[in-house]
Design a protein around this ligand. Sequence first.
Ligand code: PDD
Length: 287
Amino acid sequence: MGRIAYVNGRFVRHADACVHIEDRGLQLADAVYEVWALFDGRLADAEGHFARLSRSLGEVRIAEPMSRTALTIVLREVVRRNRVRDGILYLQVSRGVAPRDHAFPKTPVPPGVIITVKAVDRAAAEAKAAKGVGAVTTPETRWGRCDIKSVGLLPNVLARQVAAEAGAAEAWFVDDLGFVTEGAASNAWIVDGEGRLRTRDTNANILRGITRFTLIDVIREAGLTLDERPFTPADAREAKEAFITGAGALVTPVVSIDGRPIGDGAPGPVATRLRSLYIERAKATAV
Ligand code: PDD
């Protein structure tokens, strides 16, 4: 069986799935998206991602394409038809199809919906996490509404390419004040000299990561200290450990910044423990 996607009300072969050339998501990045990790075919942190989707849609005034119940059924059906157990589920909602004009269509059109799923090799992901990944720093070039999960990801694309060309897995944006905001597709964390977990606060211009949010709960339960405070690349270089969080990365140790090892250059005990605690929690609460 080949891959199946959902596009505007229909389940179609992935190879044949397409949208209209005047879909505003395509021409204007006038669309938002969500990504869920899948464990055993079930959606991790489901509620958080649904809530953020509604918020993103509301902030840009795109109508909810269907009820939460209907959307859940369709998302699950895509997973079922693709027989994916562990993977990544992608949902995109655009403002719909209309003749190109920056302002909203005068007569509202139905939102454009795309859903795809892909399998993830968890054993390979575990092996990658066990080795740790590199991150590079790059100037913050994004717009002022990074709290909206917009598909306008060109700065993130360019930053990830900087990382890829440096042999690193992630790029950390650094703002004008010299502080790390977040990664191109993940939130950024360090474990400081006192063993405190540091990550940027959500008043900053970052995406309010759902993995980040769940992990904060896990951190509290584990009796660790959280410090939602900005850190600089220099703080990261001197940190005991670093890691990233996201629906794709889950919790992945970062072992070098700009080519310089963090700590002894291997995943540390805190990040390693938090990865397994997070996965345990995500699996237990997936729906
Ligand atoms: N990215 N920051 C940015 C800029 C992101 O794009 C993401 C997620 C995160 C982490 O958010 P969450 O924990 O809710 O996944 C932080 C997804 C995975 C992506 O673009 O594929």
